[in-house]
Design a protein around this ligand. Structure first.
Ligand SMILES: O=c1ccn([C@@H]2O[C@H](COP(=O)(O)OP(=O)(O)O[C@H]3O[C@@H](CO)[C@H](O)[C@H]3O)[C@@H](O)[C@H]2O)c(=O)[nH]1
Ligand SMILES: [Mn+2]
Length: 359
């Protein structure tokens, strides 16, 4: 099996095909440490909060920066679908990008070291995850069979070894783990010190809690489904932006025949957000997830939905139909999902009428 070796990868793989999307309501000083790995890439900075505040971008980076005034100007009435005062605003960056791949990272994430002490090139690993197939139909017990030094194990059907195209690469975090507020409250000093040297495909039909902190995806395959929901100020829920996107994108990937991987690369997550503030923001999500997860687990998209955008419009109808009984908020979210797709298609008209179809 053709393997790959990260060592052989140039320092900035596919730099013309990747945009780095960063939501920030704080500071971009963290980019100083990322310079060796990110300096060749174009940044899309989505500035949340008060647009009159000037955010300094460290020298030497090629970037575009959008604040709330820009979002309102560009999207007009549809700007209401982009969260305010929630990291979910980052999805505006996904929409305005023109690149094939997106890497999104939080502004409190730094370069992590692997057990040998080597600094981790997150982009190189995410690109390799996205450029090699996923194996959602049958679990390989030696994990990612496309890495150097491993392969499909005995008993793995050859008819399944081609795998499927990978759409999402979900990285992890050392130090501050992405725990919900109740867990943070009972384990305030817990730190993730366990570096697991593995990349795994999330099996078809299985959902997962997607964290937006260290995440890459193929925008052409799954971009329209990566809407980070309607959260933050004026909404009854926050900090479920990435969760909503992760559940929706996974059911769309399963339907369209794309794969989702999780594991390497790691970042070093430095800031523990305030658990009491987080509890206030996410408490409805703690209840509603008991309904949202079964909703996504049980839904079936129609065969006419053969692109991510069509799947997402169908998901919006299902959200309105099935989740509004949980709370009227979901009717507003369903409408925001439609506005998101309309805005996406206005900014990203399908190239020569084609949109990426199911595989
Ligand atoms: O109102 C806001 C709050 C935050 N941001 C930016 O979003 C990311 C994540 O913020 P933060 O590091 O404070 O959040 P965590 O609890 O550590 O991270 C988890 O919650 C998710 C946020 O929904 C996040 O993706 C998870 O990893 C930072 O870049 C903040 O600057 C914002 O733009 N607006
Ligand atoms: Mn954080």
């Amino acid at each position: 099996m053709a393997g790959y070796n990260l060592e052989a990868i140039e320092a900035a793989p596919l730099k013309e095909d990747v945009d780095i999307v960063i939501p920030t309501i704080r500071s971009l000083d963290f980019l100083e440490q990322w310079r060796p790995f990110l300096k060749h890439y174009h940044l899309i900075i989505v500035q949340d909060g008060d647009p009159s505040i000037n955010i300094r971008v460290p020298e030497g980076y090629d970037y575009e920066l959008y604040n709330r005034n820009d979002i309102n100007r560009i999207l007009g009435p549809r700007a209401n679908c982009i969260s305010y005062k929630d990291g979910g605003c980052r999805c505006f960056g996904f929409m305005v990008s023109k690149k094939k791949y997106i890497y999104t990272i939080d502004d409190d994430c730094f370069v992590a070291n692997d057990p040998s002490g080597k600094e981790i090139n997150v982009i190189a690993q995410h690109i390799k995850n996205l450029e090699t197939p996923s194996t959602p139909h049958y679990f390989n017990t030696l994990y990612d069979p496309f890495r150097d030094g491993t392969d499909f194990v005995r008993g793995y059907p050859f008819s399944l070894r081609e795998g499927v195209t990978t759409a999402i690469s979900h990285g992890l975090w050392l130090n501050i783990p992405d725990y919900d507020a109740p867990t943070q409250l009972v384990k305030p000093r817990e730190r993730n010190i366990r570096y697991v040297d593995a990349v795994m495909t999330i099996p078809k039909g299985v959902l997962y809690p997607m964290c937006g902190m260290n995440l890459a995806f193929n925008r052409e395959l799954i971009g329209p489904a990566m809407y980070f929901g309607l959260m933050g100020e004026g909404q009854p829920i926050s900090r479920y932006d990435d969760m909503w996107a992760g559940w929706a994108a996974k059911v769309v990937c399963d339907h369209l025949g794309f794969g989702v991987k999780t594991g390497l690369p790691y970042v070093w997550h430095s800031k523990a957000s305030n658990p009491f503030v987080n509890l206030k923001k996410e408490h409805k999500g703690l209840h509603w997830q008991e309904d949202m997860v079964p909703f996504f687990q049980n839904l079936r998209l129609s065969k006419e939905s053969d692109t991510a955008a069509k799947c997402y419009m169908e998901l919006s109808n299902m959200t309105k139909e099935k989740l509004t009984e949980v709370d009227p908020y979901f009717e507003k979210l369903a409408d925001a999902m439609v506005a998101w797709i309309e805005a996406w298609e206005e900014l990203n008209p399908p190239v020569d009428g084609k949109d990426v179809k199911a595989r």
